[in-house]
Design a protein around this ligand. Structure first.
Ligand SMILES: NC(=O)C1=CN([C@@H]2O[C@H](COP(=O)(O)OP(=O)(O)OC[C@H]3O[C@@H](n4cnc5c(N)ncnc54)[C@H](O)[C@@H]3O)[C@@H](O)[C@H]2O)[C@H](O)CC1
Length: 504
């Protein structure tokens, strides 16, 4: 519950939101194709999003712009009522608004119908009203988009510009919401920590904390969102005292039939800076690994040298298990690694092995499913529903069911920890949608774990490094990199991350 002092901050936030949105429209109007004196229609809803709309209208009028407010319902909150009162112009009820073809073509509608408080279905009359305009700008969220998940109700009118108030919201970064927000521009707001808490308490959709924003102790264990970037995590820097063991040892279980995936994982681990990478593979399949990676150690498994034997080396505490593995190869390795209390990245074959049985993944440090693998492991109607409509909560629930950090991969990857931390990664490239890219990522997660990072930080760092490497490889390869090209960029990505994290 929000206390009284925190609640007192909200009118100032609404004033900043409305004034900032007016400034944004005045600044960016020409880029949207609006004329100098283009008319503005604000569609104000019944909640605080509508309240922002009234404040914005007041500031636009002060700036001598032709602005009309159309109401889709009387204000219901005290804040919105006060904002309505402070607006001295006319308010036209939606039903009385007279269509005007010039206005619809050359003016702009400000969507202040629903923001973070939207639930359920979009009412058809205001939705049709918004759709009637060529130019649209949203306050906070286009109406009908869920601020937490980016899920869109039927009938959402896509906007060219969305004003983000103080902090981004997950729904502005996650598909399909991201696609209907257009350009998301931050409206800077002065926000002391109490007001961030007040916003989180007062508005149902979450906001994204910046990497270095402190999380108050009372928020521990609660759902909280972060934008993934260096500073949210810190990769260790190189020092003159480093040796290959201090930089971390990553061991990969190598597949006998599909060796390419394991080799790419190995490449991901090595290129992202682990000190030593090793592969454990049945002796008869070892040659391809031996010939493919001069700097890696290949451990040939025989009746006398088993996985158990390798696990006697306590320095080998980080393992990647899954890329290119059949179910029987997983069965012969994954439970052995868990029983030996190793930190394991479970990917690909290990996820398929756990189809319909997420409890089999308990004990893994990090799981890295794409949507298809996720649907196979977590195949209950509830989880499939979350996967479709709320990826952050799907990943969080998966993390809580398995006790592992869950990287739900996609163009907007989500990294969830069982304790409620969820990072959204937007630092990526479409070029990453290529075979083997996920195998490379599993190796990068391995490196970040092996060097001593905690699982959520390690997974976030790995996803960012992989995204950065994907961007660089795409740029070098005309947009079409191979997984090997992505791996080749990981060293430079790590160098950049360590520079940026100093600033964060
Ligand atoms: N981020 C900030 O700093 C600030 C954000 N502000 C704005 O406040 C809104 C959230 O306000 P809230 O009142 O909680 O929600 P809404 O205005 O989005 O709508 C609530 C209102 O709408 C009704 N409603 C919801 N869904 C439906 C539906 N499907 N059909 C009909 N009616 C619906 C609901 O019953 C309520 O009456 C946030 O987005 C920002 O724009 C503040 O300005 C402070 C600073």
């Amino acid at each position: 519950m929000m206390d009284k002092a925190a609640g007192a901050l909200l009118p100032a936030l609404m004033e900043q939101a409305g004034a900032g949105a007016a400034r944004l429209l005045l600044e960016r109007g020409p880029e949207l194709g609006l004329g100098e004196q283009a008319r503005v229609v604000v569609l104000a809803g019944p909640g605080n999003n509508g309240g922002d709309g009234y404040v914005m209208a007041r500031h636009l009028a002060t700036a001598r712009r032709d602005v009309t407010v159309v109401s889709a319902g009387e204000p219901r909150t005290e804040l919105a009522k006060a904002a309505r009162q402070a607006w001295s112009g006319a308010v036209i009820p939606l039903a009385s608004f007279q269509p005007d073809s010039l206005l619809h073509a050359e003016g702009i509608v400000v969507d202040a119908l629903f923001g973070a408080g939207f639930k359920g279905d979009l009412p058809s009359a205001p939705a049709a009203f918004l759709q009637g305009f060529k130019h649209r700008m949203a306050l906070d969220m286009p109406s009908g988009v869920d601020g937490l998940s980016g899920d869109c109700a039927p009938g959402v009118a896509p906007c060219q510009l969305t004003a983000a108030f103080g902090r981004l919201r997950p729904g502005q970064l996650l598909l399909p919401g991201k696609a209907v927000c257009g350009v998301v521009k931050a409206v800077p707001m002065t926000m002391p920590p109490e007001s961030i808490q007040a916003m989180e308490d007062a508005f149902p959709a979450a906001i994204l904390r910046t990497p270095t924003e402190p999380v108050p102790a009372e928020a521990e264990g609660l759902l909280r969102f972060f934008h993934n970037a260096p500073g949210l995590w810190r990769l260790p820097l190189q020092t003159p005292l480093d040796n290959k063991y201090t930089r971390g040892v990553v061991s990969v279980i190598g597949g006998g039939v599909m060796s390419g995936a394991g080799r790419l994982s190995l490449m991901g681990a090595r290129r992202s800076g682990c000190g030593l990478a090793r592969v454990a593979v049945q002796a008869q399949s070892a040659m391809i690994y031996i010939l493919g990676a001069a700097g890696a150690i290949i451990d040939e498994l025989t009746p006398s040298v088993t996985l158990q034997t390798l696990l006697e080396d306590k320095r080998r505490h980080t393992w990647v298990c899954g890329p290119g593995l059949t179910s029987s190869e997983v069965m012969a390795s994954f439970p052995v690694l868990l029983a030996a209390k190793r930190q394991v990245v479970a990917d690909a074959g290990t996820l398929d092995w756990a189809a319909g049985a997420p409890e089999k993944l308990r004990g893994a440090a990090v799981i890295t499913p794409h949507a298809g693998e996720f649907a196979r492991v977590f195949n209950t109607p509830r989880m499939l529903g979350l996967l479709k409509r709320n990826r952050p909560l799907a990943a969080l629930e998966a993390a809580r069911l398995t006790g592992a950090v869950c990287v739900l991969k996609g163009s907007d990857s989500v990294v969830a920890a069982p304790d409620g931390r969820v990072a959204i990664n937007t630092h990526a490239s479409d070029g990453l949608a290529t075979a083997g890219s996920g195998d490379v990522l599993s190796g990068v997660v391995g490196t970040c774990l092996a060097v001593g990072m905690a699982p959520w930080e390690a997974a976030c760092a790995a996803v960012w490094l992989h995204g950065q490497a994907g961007q660089a490889a795409s740029a070098r390869e005309g947009g079409w990199p191979l997984a090997e090209d992505v791996a080749a960029e990981l060293g430079r990505a790590r160098g950049l991350a360590t520079t940026l994290q100093q600033a964060g």
